[in-house]
Design a protein around this ligand. Sequence first.
Ligand SMILES: [Zn+2]
Length: 256
Amino acid sequence: MPSANLIDSHCHLDFEIFDDDRTKVLQRAKNNNISDIIIPGTEKKYWNRINQLCKKHSQLHACYGLHPYWSNSHNKHDIETLDAYIDQNTPVALGECGLDFRPEQADKKTQLYFFEAQLTIAENLQLPVVIHSVRATEDVIQSIKKFKKLTGMIHSYSGSLEQALQLIDLNFYISIGGSVTYDNAKKIRGTAKTMPLTSMLIETDSPDQADKKNSDKRNEPAYLINTAKSIAELRQDTVDKIAEQTTINAKDLFSI
Ligand SMILES: [Zn+2]
């Protein structure tokens, strides 16, 4: 157990799957030194749910956005609604937004429309963005290059080390998830080992993407320590050092 606090930089604690035991999940997070948790938005209909939850618990921080996974259920008016909602409700970031090029997902054109419209809002409001990128890192880099003043994070990063360094140059943080705990995850383990710690965040992406130890379970913030431990081993550093620096980074990015 590290003595330093950890921040779970991406966790869907608003999802219904936590409705029955959310208080216990939060208690376990606290017992495991998780000081803060960032809750990303997915669809317009859930922004209020996140808003209520974050008002109730001061360690939870809201983001509002339109997730690429649901691109076919968003409509163009949602962009204006998002702009107004953010203006009234002061989230710590816009998101999650992004690109997901798995075959079952919406077409590229639709996804790019919602992605770049959200980047425009974030840049105008000087808010960081939380980006979801699956099989799309190159396209994400091309999009964010168009927005010179933008900053943010790539959540559950899965690109190459070289792309991570490009993203860091563009003022983005790289968020490492539970996949780094799996021995066969060579690419992300290489990135976590080599990239600058000053640009790293850690996350659970609960309820998905549990670490190796908890692979058969619903993921939750208390498990974040396993990701920190794996990164510490790879870098031959202490868990405290990883916890301390990623906490500084998250506080800096989200202004919390
Ligand atoms: Zn997510």
